[in-house]
Ligand binder design. Structure first.
Ligand code: CP
Length: 309
């Protein structure tokens, strides 16, 4: 029997495996017929104890486009978690019904606990302020498609860098590619945690911190905007004070490179003005599409299914 592979953190995948997933995602777009029934009779369970639009629906669309089936729940309240059932018991049960599970949970570490309670692959679809590895795969695929490379670039990450799990996972992933520089743009209260700064320093990456987006704009190849997440704050007054720290608009973009790529994991609230959506540098809805392609590739990889030669 082969070892079960899970995806809890982006570093569970080697760089070569990420390259392979990106190649499969591109092949899925080029040769969709080769994949349309490749997961027939396989079931994906999506267990979302926290709200989601893109991650859950792109996983479900991915499995349906592979010819498989889906089951699951979209909130803790519509599962027996509302009656006090533990994550362990939920996972042991769902492992009897599905061949692969994607789960989102507000508690950091919940997917690791889940992976110890079942023999089906567990995909972390976001655990609290910790990690969101399939968003990172989405981001990497989008950057590769837009830039043609994942090395030799300056990446600005902007907004809530303290609680932003998408930012932490993206930095971890891009640290493994040569000559990637980071510009961390946040208010002092929402700076990247110290352990992430230590990781960047230990990896030998160049990084700087600024508070004003304007101070970074002209140097960036990628601008990764994030939302200030209301659900991560203990104090509403702090959220209200910080929520509109950054609003990207066309005026601010005047200082940007012509080939800048603007990303956002979405949902956005106010941090990108809708007037930016029409700018050719805006890539965040293309990014949402890339999320479906890379999740298709990931499902195949974790199930050990390859396209017939
Ligand atoms: N990017 C992302 O995780 O979006 P959802 O919360 O809508 O899944």
């Amino acid at each position: 029997m082969t070892d079960i592979r899970n995806l809890i953190n982006i570093t569970d995948l080697t760089v070569a495996e990420i390259d392979q997933l990106i190649a499969t995602a591109d092949d899925i777009v080029e040769n969709p017929k080769d994949y349309q029934s490749i997961c027939a009779h396989k079931k994906l369970a999506t267990l979302f104890f926290e709200p989601s639009t893109r991650t859950r629906l792109s996983f479900e669309a991915a499995m349906l486009e592979l010819g498989g089936s889906i089951l699951g729940f979209s909130s803790a309240n519509s599962s027996s978690a509302a009656k006090g059932e533990s994550v362990s018991d939920t996972i042991q049960t769902v492992g009897c019904y599905a061949e692969i599970i994607a789960m989102r949970h507000p508690k950091e570490g919940a997917p690791i606990v889940a992976s110890q309670r079942t023999t089906v692959p567990i995909i972390n679809a976001g655990d609290g302020g910790h990690f969101h590895p399939t968003q990172t795969l989405t981001d990497l695929l989008t950057i590769k498609r837009k830039k043609g490379r994942l090395s030799d670039m300056t990446v600005g990450v902007c907004g809530d860098l303290k609680f932003g799990r998408t930012v932490h996972s993206l930095i971890e992933a891009m640290l493994r590619y040569p000559n990637v520089k980071f510009v961390l743009i946040s208010p002092e209260e929402l700076q990247v945690p110290d352990y992430m700064k230590e990781k960047m320093t230990q990896a030998g990456a160049q990084w700087t911190e600024v508070e004003k987006l304007e101070d970074a704009m002209g140097s960036l190849d990628i601008l990764y905007m994030t939302r200030v997440q209301k659900e991560r704050f203990f104090n509403e007054a702090d959220y209200i004070r910080l929520k509109d720290s950054y609003i990207l608009d066309l005026e601010k973009l005047q200082a940007a490179k012509e080939d800048l790529t603007i990303l956002h994991p979405l949902p956005r609230v106010n941090e990108i003005s809708v007037e930016v959506d029409k700018d050719p540098r805006a890539a965040y809805f293309f990014q949402a599409l890339c999320g479906k392609h890379i999740r298709m590739a990931l499902i195949l990889f974790l199930l050990g299914i390859e396209k017939k030669a």
